[in-house]
Design a protein around this ligand. Structure first.
Ligand SMILES: [Zn+2]
Length: 473
């Protein structure tokens, strides 16, 4: 007897033009049914037209419905999807409650978020409302955004005794996209707190310290020798003042602090893309990003950025190769994050990182005037070096992806490339955002003369809200 073909159903909940559904139909060999849904009647007409044009009407059906209502109609296990793709403009969190319920066990949920300003710490209070976590303005904000997104999906899934297993989490251009598998199991949901952490962020030197919400310890019984038991970890993990710079902390999170990629999945995708590069227009870029993802230290959440570390104490930035060598020479692990070419992801303690900087300062001394004007820098640099720091080049410090000459970090193809609207203006403090912010600067000035204070950035208006709150206290 012939074995029945597996039924693979995919939902593109916010389809717009149907482009992605059409790609799924053409590129995924086993997909049996794809639903391209949109709330707009006009969009559905466009999708129909595109489906016919691409001759994929055999596989794709259109749906004109509210995305959440459509997903709720597929809650029953017999109707669940193998994969759901959520790619809204901005924040996806309103779709998560229905999405986590309408995916098969072991099915795939793909979620995009483009509201990077909120996720990257420009508006922590808004981030809490949308994602249930306080974002922080740090140099590793892109990975932080991924981890906030993951904890948000996990929280929604846990309500229905389901849980996530992230297989790939990507920060690219001006958005993030996570790929997670969804499983059922109340017992596994008890492990969630051990995968989440609050984040202490030092306001002086940017040190990040994680406080796990829970832990797991062995609790063997005769029947179940591998049994684990949840416990509450001791808190806080830090003193009132930072041991490095003597400043206080902000508290953000919770974030997902467990691995954000599945190494074997990433390797399989990478091999497939390498062997079939003719299928993908952006094969070089996919290979570059995935080979970096594969090298990331999976058990070390977040990262430093080398320019920020040295900038904090007004020093000339050390070459990346020397920094990575010094960490390896001290017996610790180091990797890049795919999210930043300045990133230093390491399991080395902060004390070693700052000892490396203090050692560098001995041969690349700070200007006296900077030392006088910045007491925090003075405090950091005046501390004793407690580790043996070896700055000689270690050949292991050059990552394979770099030695292979991979296209690791994409350069924006054109100035002002990407969603040049509100979202880009508030991302971190990089050049892109400044240039967007300064577009039509003079015309804005003229307008300001006519209507004063009306042209404030989001950041300014937030400051104003803060001020008002203080007045009301
Ligand atoms: Zn500090």
């Amino acid at each position: 007897m012939k074995k029945a073909e597996p039924k693979i159903t995919i939902l593109e909940a916010l389809s717009a033009t149907g482009l992605r559904s059409i790609r799924y139909a053409k590129e995924i060999p086993y997909a049996t049914n794809i639903i391209a849904n949109d709330l707009s009647e006009q969009a559905v007409e466009t999708i129909k037209h595109n489906i016919e044009h691409n001759q994929v009407s055999r596989i794709i059906e259109t749906s004109h419905d509210d995305a959440c209502m459509l997903m709720y109609k597929h809650k029953h296990p017999s109707k669940r999807f193998a994969a759901i793709d959520l790619d809204p403009y901005g924040c996806p969190s309103i779709f998560l409650d229905s999405a986590v319920q309408s995916i098969q066990d072991g099915g795939l949920l793909l979620v995009t978020a483009t509201d990077m300003a909120v996720l990257a710490g420009n508006s922590p209070e808004t981030c809490y409302c949308k994602y249930g976590a306080v974002s922080l303005k740090t140099k590793c904000c892109h990975e932080m955004a991924l981890r906030i997104m993951l904890q948000c999906i996990e929280q929604h899934a846990n309500r229905y005794s389901r849980y996530i297993v992230p297989i790939l989490s990507i920060s690219a251009d001006f958005y993030i996209r996570v790929f997670v598998k969804i499983y059922s199991g109340a017992v596994h949901c008890k492990k969630t707190t051990s995968k989440l952490s609050m984040v202490y962020h030092c306001t002086g030197c940017d040190n990040l310290t994680l406080q796990p919400l829970g832990g797991l310890k062995p609790n063997p019984s005769e029947k179940n020798p591998n049994q684990m038991k949840a416990y509450l970890p001791a808190a806080p993990p830090i003193g009132e003042y930072c041991t490095n710079c003597n400043q206080r902390h902000h508290l953000g999170g919770p974030i997902w602090s467990a691995p954000i990629h599945d190494e074997s999945f990433v390797s399989r995708v990478l091999t497939y893309v390498e062997e079939n590069s003719q299928l993908f227009g952006t094969a070089k870029r996919i290979e570059g990003v995935l080979s970096m993802v594969r090298e990331e230290l999976n058990d070390v959440p977040l990262y430093y950025t080398i320019d920020k570390l040295f900038g904090r104490v007004h020093l000339q930035t050390m070459p990346m190769l020397i920094m990575r060598s010094a960490i390896i020479n001290a017996g610790y692990k180091v990797s890049y994050s795919h999210a930043s070419k300045m990133s230093v992801k390491t399991n080395a303690p902060p004390q070693l990182m700052w000892d490396i900087i203090r050692t560098w300062e001995k041969t690349h001394p700070i200007k006296q005037s900077k030392l006088v004007s910045d007491p925090v820098t003075k405090h950091i640099l005046s501390q004793d070096i407690k580790n043996n720091v070896d700055l000689s080049v270690n050949e292991l410090a050059n990552p394979l992806s770099r030695r292979d000459g991979r296209l690791r970090f994409q350069i924006n193809p054109a100035p002002f490339w990407g969603p040049g609207s509100r979202a880009a203006v508030n991302i971190g403090d990089d050049k892109m955002s400044k240039s967007v912010k300064n577009q039509n600067k003079n015309r804005k000035k003229e307008n300001n003369v006519k209507r004063k204070h009306s042209d404030t950035s989001d950041d300014d208006s937030r400051k104003k809200v803060d001020m008002e709150l203080k007045h009301n206290e």
